[in-house]
Design a protein around this ligand. Structure first.
Ligand code: AMP
Ligand code: MG
Length: 425
């Protein structure tokens, strides 16, 4: 089992560019999840823990790509029609049980094994391009040698590494495993994540709000997001703003969890106790990330008898919690879960808005996509800004990421757009 290196998230006190943080995260973390075997029908969404090497060729035999007639190319007249006797039949799952001979045409159907050996039909004439007369088929000239024939191993060659450790298993990867005859795959166990919210003002939905109180929303956003990433989540509820409560929650959670995730209480105000609690129980590497919305985000570890357990502390402001989950916690979770590629794909789209921003920080603008007059995609600013305006994420399609060195975005210029569907499958 891979472990976190000591002080795996140590950083200086200055604002850390997001890319530096992500590079460090990638270099210093690896899978901590155990592996187990699951049947194919339980493998969707899981992360592959072992390479899959093809034990056979796919397809296992040369076969016909169309319905028609299997013929030997050298039997054809190059410039005029050729008449050949139809003297056999091969359908999918019902091969011709003898080698085909020179000078004969075999009625063949898509997927049927090509009849015979090296000196047998090497080409399939599509039935639409022939006509039959009695027991004969009349073939037009002009076909190429080997046409409409699929080769053994054309899809996958025996011995090839087809699926790689760390891949996310989608329907197509599972289908490929089945095409190799596999019944099970080695996958990583889901990451076990404990989550709590920190704040005296937070109340459980369903209760009555007293003066100054709000409902806890972050925990519900985060639990849902974790489940979408395939984690097993323990919901530890709301923890009060005092250091002993936070320490107890963290201390209890280290057993039986692979990651602790919190929101709120991460600032350096006197009511923010998560930072101090983590420092008392392990080490905290305060990433004052150069992003908006987002600061403060912290990554660290809580010591336990079985070794350190990673900790990620997200900001309390609901939009900041969501954005930092997507850009920082998500890659951390995927790395710990065994995933190899954790960077989502952004797409270049046209900005439908102008925007002024501070230099030296990456800014994420909530956006909705529409199709412009010329057919290109245009990102429009969505909802009201502000790190606390959670409803602005409702109906948004994703985030426009504005780079550190930009101070002013001109409407009409090209920007990077990260669709939520990339990060929240
Ligand atoms: P904090 O990071 O604890 O200073 O909180 C920053 C802001 O986010 C405050 O307005 C909090 O009330 C709000 N907040 C913190 N945690 C949550 C939560 N779990 N759900 C909704 N809002 C929260
Ligand atoms: Mg707070």
């Amino acid at each position: 089992m891979a472990q976190l290196s000591d002080d795996c998230f140590a950083f200086g006190e200055t604002l850390t560019p997001l890319d530096d943080a992500l590079r460090a995260l990638h270099e210093r973390t690896g899978p901590i999840a155990e592996m187990h075997e699951v049947p194919l029908d339980a493998a969707i969404g899981r992360i592959l823990a072992q390479d899959v090497i093809a034990p056979l060729n796919v397809p296992p035999h040369d076969n016909a790509a169309v319905d028609g007639y299997a013929i030997y190319f050298d039997d054809l007249e190059p410039r005029t029609e050729t008449r050949l006797p139809i003297s056999g039949r091969a359908a999918a799952g019902h091969p011709l049980h003898r080698p085909a001979k020179r000078g004969e045409a075999i009625r063949i159907f898509t997927g049927a094994a090509m009849p015979g050996n090296d000196d047998a039909p090497d080409t399939v004439m599509m039935q639409e391009d022939c006509r039959t007369e009695g027991e004969d088929v009349i073939i037009m000239p002009g076909i190429k040698r080997g046409a409409n024939k699929r080769f053994a191993g054309e899809d996958i060659r025996k011995g090839e590494t087809v699926l790689h450790k760390g891949m996310h298993l989608r329907p197509q990867e599972i289908g490929v495993a089945a095409s190799l005859g596999e019944t099970h795959l080695h996958v990583f166990e889901p990451l076990r994540v404990a989550v709590f919210s920190s704040g005296d003002e937070l109340r459980e939905p369903g209760t009555v709000l007293d003066a100054g109180a709000i409902f806890d929303s972050n925990r519900f956003t985060l639990v849902a997001a974790l489940k979408q990433l395939g984690c097993i989540v323990t919901d530890l509820g709301i923890i009060r703003d005092d250091i002993d409560s936070v320490k107890k929650a963290l201390g209890d959670a280290v057993t039986a969890h692979d990651l602790l995730l919190t929101s709120g209480g991460m600032s350096i105000g006197e009511e923010d106790h998560v930072k101090a609690a983590v420092e008392a129980l392990g080490s905290l590497h305060f990433w004052r990330l150069a992003i908006k919305p987002g600061r403060p985000v912290a990554l660290g570890q809580i010591d336990s008898a079985d070794g350190p357990v990673p900790f990620a502390g997200l900001p309390g402001n609901p939009v900041a919690a969501m954005v930092t989950f997507l850009v920082v916690a998500r890659p951390l979770i995927l790395r710990l879960s065994g995933a190899r590629d954790v960077a989502p794909i952004s797409y270049r789209v046209r900005a439908g808005f102008k925007h002024r921003k501070k230099i030296s920080r990456r800014e994420f603008v909530r956006a909705k996509i529409r199709t412009g007059n010329d057919g290109t995609l245009v990102a429009e600013k969505h909802g009201r800004g502000g790190a606390g305006v959670l409803s602005s994420l409702v109906g948004a399609d994703g985030l426009v990421a504005l780079p550190e060195d930009m101070t002013f975005l001109e409407a009409g210029s090209m920007v990077d757009f990260l669709p939520f569907t990339e990060v929240m499958p």
